[in-house]
Design a protein around this ligand. Structure first.
Ligand code: B12
Length: 467
């Protein structure tokens, strides 16, 4: 049996289970001997990575890559794998958007674009069984030439997909370090039903190679929880089904809440939704079935920007929904972007007004960072607002504090000062509310850890490293 090693380079300061790779492994393991290494939450040294690859001695190394800090880590691993004579395949959001540029690097042999389950199996058959296999959804070097093959029409059916292969990840307990109230991140969707201007999901390749939006039956989340709980030492009591967007419609929200309540497992859960889904009835059901946290994207207070972004928010409705959520002790995070492309100072002021008006436990404010392949990115390029990286490694600083760009019409000094001033106050308020949330939900270890590892310390560490 051929050996496949899947590697998650991750980022140094965030421990997160390799969900995408576990999904792939679940499908591959019938025909291949699959291992996963997750480097998230730690340093990657040349020697350790080399030793890790040698000890498994795979025939092929697959790497999951996001734009930003994971890029230099992915490059390091891939160069070592190539030195050791392995076939190197990249997958995940970054190569999905830029397959051609990624393949220009000599240490990458092929990329899988979009959803990986079927296309990767197909690519492995090409490499190991039959070079005549009809390739789909991949970019590959054939006789030194880069070729990009159109998407497969064979999309994953989430009802038929085996559960992610949690059992082949080593040291699973590192993701659940607390004695109680551990949080299990669960992936229940593919793609997104919407098309927000700043988001990866609006990208042409993502739409084409990932296929239509799909959401799994809520029962799958319960099955996955039982499976993971059976593998780990500590108690998991919270499901994080946040993703890009979880409660996509009122009908699905009702089904999800009912499944959680009927399971009688007493699980609590986090989610992500849009304000228009949140009626009074839905909020009551959410609270009654254990929802304790929600992420909502407001993005901007300006109607023009909301339209440009494809996400119109009714202020009154948002205020009512946020108040109801908080009354039911659901922690509300409203996310905003400062410095949308073409945004004016008057429009930014409207956002500041929204922040003051919509109740929240956390206002998550980010400076807009152009992510490749999104509609917003194209506006920035058109308006010549920044230099597009020409080489793979140049994408490594994307999304990192200190690598900010101003693509709006707001004077840079005004934008940055509004961002840092508002954030300083909002982050202090959030830290306080977060600690109250931990106490309210009996998350005692998280409460103490959060004094040392919070947004302030995280951003500081990331900034110092990427200076
Ligand atoms: C959980 C999550 C996080 C977590 C954990 C990060 C992580 N390890 O993924 C946290 C909160 C830390 C995070 C942070 C950020 N995130 Co985030 N995050 C997600 C989220 C919601 C889920 C990831 C996931 O588990 N997906 C489910 C699995 C099944 O999908 P997948 O990993 O893509 O894998 C499939 C395919 O891509 C492919 N595949 C993947 N790897 C490989 C490898 C090989 C060899 C092959 C063949 C195939 C393959 O096959 C898989 C199965 O089909 C995604 C959105 C999403 N729905 O994916 C955003 C997403 C990945 N995040 C995104 C962004 C922008 C960020 C931030 C920059 C946000 C910010 N402004 O701060 C930060 C920084 C991240 C960083 N640079 O390190 C973007 C990435 C865009 C990009 N170009 O990279 C996404 C896509 C959101 C979006 N819609 O725009 N994020």
């Amino acid at each position: 049996m051929k050996k496949i090693l899947l590697v998650e380079p991750g980022a140094k300061h965030t421990v997160y289970p390799p969900i995408g790779l576990m999904h792939l492994a679940a499908v591959l393991r019938k025909d291949y001997d699959v291992s996963i290494i997750d480097y998230s939450g730690g340093e990657i040294s040349h020697d350790v990575a080399r030793k890790d690859i040698l000890s498994i001695n795979p025939d092929l190394v697959g790497v999951r890559v996001l734009t930003g800090p994971p890029i230099p880590r992915a490059i390091l691993i891939s160069k070592i794998a190539k030195e050791l004579g392995k076939i190197v395949v990249w997958g995940g959001p970054h190569p999905t958007i830029l397959p051609g540029q990624t393949l220009k690097e000599e240490y990458i042999d092929s990329v899988v674009i979009g959803e990986g389950e079927h296309t990767f199996l197909n690519l492995l058959r090409y490499y190991f069984h039959n070079k005549k296999e009809k390739l789909e959804g991949v970019g590959i070097k054939i006789e030194g030439k880069i070729k990009i093959f159109p998407a497969s029409k064979h999309y994953v059916d989430l009802e038929k997909l085996p559960l992610p292969a949690w059992d082949i990840v080593k040291n699973l307990d590192k993701y659940f370090p607390n004695k109680r109230n551990n949080v299990l991140p669960i992936s229940t969707t593919r793609g997104c039903a919407f098309k927000c201007g700043f988001c990866h999901n609006s990208n042409k390749n993502v739409k084409e190679y990932l296929g239509c939006y799909r959401i799994a039956n809520p029962e799958r989340a319960i099955k996955e929880y039982k499976f993971v709980q059976s593998l780990v030492k500590h108690k998991i009591e919270i499901l994080d089904v946040g993703e890009d967007l979880h409660l996509v419609s009122e009908d699905y929200a009702r089904r999800f809440c009912k499944t959680l309540r009927d399971s009688k497992l007493g699980l609590r859960w986090y989610t992500a939704a849009r304000y228009q889904t949140l009626t009074k009835e839905i909020i009551e059901m959410m609270a009654d079935s254990g929802c304790i946290r929600i992420l909502l994207g407001v993005e901007s207070g300006s109607e023009r920007i909301q339209k440009m972004n494809n996400k119109v928010i009714d202020l009154k409705r948002a205020i009512d929904a946020a108040s109801m959520l908080r009354r039911r002790k659901i922690f509300v995070t409203n996310a905003y972007i400062f410095g949308h492309p073409t945004e004016s100072e008057a429009e930014l002021n409207k956002t500041l007004e929204f922040i003051r008006k919509i109740p929240a436990d956390e206002n998550l404010i980010q400076l807009y960072r152009p992510m490749p392949g999104t509609p917003y990115f194209d506006i920035c390029v058109e308006k010549n607002k920044f230099k597009v990286p020409e080489k793979l490694y140049e994408w490594g600083g994307f999304g990192v504090l200190g690598h900010d760009v101003n693509v709006s019409e707001i004077p840079t000094k005004v934008l940055f000062s509004a961002f840092y001033r508002t954030n300083a106050w909002q982050q202090i308020k959030y830290l306080f509310n977060q600690q109250r949330f931990y106490l309210r939900n009996r998350m005692i270890q998280q409460f103490f850890n959060n004094f040392m590892n919070n947004r302030f310390t995280f951003k500081l560490k990331e900034y110092l490293e990427n200076k």
